[in-house]
Design a protein around this ligand. Structure first.
Ligand SMILES: *Cc1c(COP(=O)(O)O)cnc(C)c1O
Length: 433
């Protein structure tokens, strides 16, 4: 809570009626009366904030430096590397979607992930992670951390409870020099496999494997692909939800930002690290994200409905080998069981496997007129790319094969254009294959 806001503006209920996140995105956490009646929050372009008294400055710094166990949160505004009104309003609104205790915003998804991990790992520790991960996340855990004596062990997304029990036991044995398992880091669904992680099973396996410890290793999960609308992993046993806000939350392909949403005690550790290292979202980007969150449900709902129609069309096309879409999971399969427990929608990002190879995939991509040939996802405009030749080009061939990243794979993120127009676009592009 800072000077730009007042408690009356933090209300989430009318009487006993709990307001929906989509409603709260319009005003929660901002009081126009404190900013000349401006309906929208001003962008606070300042590097520092004026204290009323020296004693107040001292009190605020006691918060920043965790003098009385504040977890790095100051009572007031101090300096823009620590906090700011736009960022705090954004953090308050992001919490709403997952009923979370706390939230932190960052200058990118990768900044959020790097500072999260750095807040928990020490030399000798082990990070358990699901695979595949976003390539840059995998670089941090599998390439950069080992240089500092931090180990990792991974398991395939979709692993069963028995496999999870085994990987957790193996992780404990892998720690060196008094290290421990520092974190369980998940990403679901995996890209581009769409394999879902059973977060409930991970939490149950963790309780058994680490039940003798004073503190359980936190479970963090990258929820960029389905969150915050279609998956709320904090309800399934995760402690921290990780976001690239660049994707669905930002939703207009015009900004880069990241966030962590989850348990306050854990995020306080991250906040202290962010206070030191920087990496907080800038005020302008935070303002843009407030704009984006107002339409988050509208955009994601529309994109999700269109994706369903488009996938149904593509599945039956003679030039299509298969469509990897969460709406088409095999009835009775493990993945379908996880989907039913963890997801409320199949999303709008899917994998299209054409009959043929790179030649056919490229011909399709080059023939698109509405969909843009670009990496990224979750924007208002439909994007299509070839992972084997682009985002996953540097992945070794054997690993590519294991992940199903074949040359005939086209990754598509559906936007908010009219579904029938996109179908016409895909139909036309397929004709040219
Ligand atoms: C894009 C992305 C990231 C990285 O986010 P940036 O905002 O680009 O730093 C991390 N995880 C997933 C799943 C992503 O799609």
């Amino acid at each position: 809570m800072t000077e730009a806001r007042r408690p009356k503006d933090m209300e989430t209920h009318i009487g006993n009626h709990k307001l929906d996140p989509s409603t709260l995105m319009m005003g929660y956490g901002f009081d126009p009366g404190l900013s000349e009646g401006s309906l929208k929050p001003p962008i606070f372009l300042t590097s520092t904030f004026v204290f009323e008294t020296a004693a107040e400055g001292k009190r605020f710094f006691e918060g920043i430096t965790n003098k009385h166990g504040s977890g790095g949160k100051a009572e007031g505004l101090v300096y823009s590397r620590f906090n700011g009104p736009n960022q705090e309003i954004l953090e308050d609104r992001l919490k709403i979607w997952e009923d979370a205790e706390a939230s932190l915003t960052f200058s990118s998804g990768m900044t959020a992930i790097a500072i999260l991990l750095l807040s928990f790992v020490r030399p000798g520790d082990v990070v358990i992670h699901s695979g595949p991960l976003y390539a840059a996340t995998e670089t941090i855990i599998n390439k950069i951390f080992p240089q500092f004596g931090i180990h990792y062990i991974d398991f395939p997304a979709g692993a069963s409870r028995e496999e999870l029990d085994e990987v957790m036991a193996a992780a404990k044995a892998k720690a060196t020099n008094g290290g421990r398992v520092a974190m369980i880091y998940l990403e679901s669904p995996g890209n581009p496999t769409n394999a879902l992680v059973d977060v409930e099973a991970v939490a149950a396996a963790r309780a058994v494997a680490f039940g003798d410890q004073a503190e359980l290793p936190p479970i963090a999960i990258d929820n960029t692909f389905l969150g915050p609308l279609w998956a709320k992993p904090l309800n399934d046993g995760a402690d921290i939800s990780v976001y690239s806000l660049t994707k669905y939350a930002g939703g207009h392909s015009d900004l880069v930002a990241g966030a962590l949403v989850g348990k306050r005690a854990l995020l306080d550790k991250v906040r202290l690290m962010r206070n030191v290292m920087g990496g907080i979202c800038d005020p302008n980007t935070a303002w843009m994200l407030l704009r984006s969150l107002e339409t988050l449900e509208l955009r994601m709902t529309r994109a999700g409905e269109s994706a369903e129609k488009i996938c149904e069309y593509l599945r039956d096309h003679p030039k299509v080998e298969k469509v990897g879409y969460l709406g088409f999971l095999e009835p009775g399969s493990r993945q379908e069981d996880i989907y039913k427990r963890h997801c409320t929608g199949a999303g709008s990002t899917f994998s299209l496997y054409l009959k043929g190879g790179e030649r056919e995939a490229f011909a399709f991509l080059d023939g698109l007129k509405i969909a843009n040939l670009a990496v990224s996802l979750g924007g208002t405009e439909t994007l299509a790319s070839a992972p084997a030749a682009m985002t996953h080009l540097s992945v070794p061939d054997a690993r590519k094969a294991a992940l199903g990243i074949t040359d005939n794979l086209v990754r598509i993120s559906i936007g908010v254009e009219k579904a029938e127009d996109l179908i016409a676009d895909f139909e036309n592009a397929l004709r040219g294959v």
